[in-house]
Design a protein around this ligand. Structure first.
Ligand SMILES: Cc1cc2nc3c(=O)[nH]c(=O)nc-3n(C[C@H](O)[C@H](O)[C@H](O)COP(=O)(O)OP(=O)(O)OC[C@H]3O[C@@H](n4cnc5c(N)ncnc54)[C@H](O)[C@@H]3O)c2cc1C
Length: 394
């Protein structure tokens, strides 16, 4: 086995941290560079935790998934009157970006996790990659892993022809403490992933850990993801926040215009099952995320690669975005080990596999989104709605 490369990971979120941990385990010297000035605690949104996401914490850190996720045993689809249209037993682990991040960062440690470190450019000379940061620092590595997210500057630089395509809808997000719900609503929702299908829309409601990591029912948060169409011609106005800034990826909590909140809450009262309307209208600071498709023709470029949302960004319907980012790291470590640390050989083998995964996930999630938001053929309990990275339930 040759010697393992020295690695820089750009982006210290879930994708970057998982890759960094796996490459370090392989014997690489790894530094993570994150542009935020503070540890990334702000993103309060829920994520369903699939195997690729919990695999590192469970297998390598010995932290059981139950410690950082809420468990639900049921999937339910409600009618508008609140009755159950369909239900089945299905176990899901539901967590939050915060809870998973905390476990991974604790595992990696802070010594080589550098905040306030924004990469501004890099040069791959065939033997090494030289990286420049906005404050004038530089680093020289053998492998540059870019996990810089959906708005990736690295993707824009390496693949200027790739653009993100707006899916035609946004997701309203937000959380409310379970303790703030009526007993009836809590009883109806605490042990399930609950859906409601509407004309050109669907909503998911599920519990996630509390802000302090609490996983006991009653002490957690109830989280929503409500997909609503926004026609392209209304997009710019809709994505203008209270400060007049036009956003592209999301409008954070507290910055959504009052008139849009009023309309959203009124729609919730009119359209949603009473239990779900109670959750949605009780959320103090709803926020929203825009749904995009991004497809890349390449992920490896000499000694540089792009992973996670920096490469393919997929609609959230398979709940697999974080799992895909983590899987990019698992397979990279596997291919690097297989060739004894030869970066370019590993990246070519890795790219073939990850391009195939990205394309299949994108196709699957596009199709589910089309059925829900356009065609009206999104059906309660359809087997292919089961979450999964490689396929439903997988
Ligand atoms: C509505 C919605 C619902 C979702 N639900 C789920 C779900 O249920 N389950 C799931 O698994 N996924 C879900 N996702 C997807 C998930 O959020 C993403 O796939 C995941 O966060 C991608 O992680 P990442 O590490 O690739 O990128 P990100 O989390 O976007 O992180 C990128 C990081 O890079 C940093 N950065 C950027 N540029 C630089 C630079 N130049 N220098 C240094 N640092 C930089 C940023 O500050 C950021 O911290 C959902 C997404 C949406 C929109």
């Amino acid at each position: 086995m040759g010697s393992m490369p020295r690695v820089a990971v750009i982006g210290g979120s879930l994708g970057g941290l998982t890759a960094a941990l796996l490459l370090r385990d392989l014997g690489c010297q790894v530094s993570v560079y994150e542009r935020s000035q503070e540890e990334l605690e702000a993103k309060g949104a829920g994520i369903a935790v699939l195997e690729a996401t919990w695999r590192y914490p469970v297998e390598r850190l010995g932290v059981p998934a139950d410690d950082f996720s809420a468990k639900t045993n049921w999937v339910r689809f409600l009618e508008a009157d609140g009755s159950t249209e369909f239900e089945e037993r299905r176990l899901y682990h539901l967590s939050s970006w915060n809870a998973v991040y905390r476990v991974l960062l604790h595992g990696f440690g802070k010594e080589n996790y550098h905040l306030s470190s924004e990469m501004t450019s890099f040069v791959d000379d065939g033997a090494h990659v030289t990286i420049d940061f906005s404050d004038g620092r530089t680093d020289v590595v053998d492998l540059l892993v870019c996990a810089d997210g959906i708005a990736s500057e690295v993707r824009r630089t390496l693949l200027p022809e790739v653009s993100s395509s707006y899916a035609g809808y946004i997701a309203w997000r937000g959380v409310i403490p379970e303790s703030a719900l009526s007993q009836e609503t809590f009883d109806a929702l605490y042990d399930s992933l609950t859906y409601q299908v509407m004309e050109n829309s669907h909503i998911l409601v599920y519990p996630i850990p509390g802000l302090g990591g609490e996983v006991e029912p009653g002490q957690r948060l109830m989280n929503i993801v409500w997909y609503r169409n926004v026609p392209p011609e209304d997009f710019e106005e809709f994505l203008t926040d209270i400060n007049g800034d036009v956003r592209s990826v999301s409008i954070p909590p507290g910055l959504v215009k009052e008139q849009d909140l009023i309309k959203m809450r009124a729609d919730a009262q009119a359209l949603l099952a009473p239990q779900l309307a109670e959750v949605v209208t009780g959320i103090k600071e709803p926020f929203l995320q825009v749904v995009y498709d991004i497809e890349v023709p390449r992920m490896a470029f000499g000694r540089v690669c792009i992973i996670g949302d920096a490469a393919f960004a997929c609609r959230p319907h398979a709940a697999a975005g974080t799992a895909k980012a983590a899987e990019d790291g698992w397979i990279l470590a596997e291919e690097l080990a297989a060739v004894g640390g030869d970066v370019e050989a590993a990246l070519s083998a890795w790219e073939l596999r990850q391009l195939a995964l990205g394309r299949s996930l994108l196709a699957r999630t596009r199709e589910i989104g089309y059925r829900s938001q356009v065609a009206g053929t999104f059906k309660a309990g359809a087997p292919d709605l089961v979450f999964g990275l490689y396929g439903p339930g997988n």
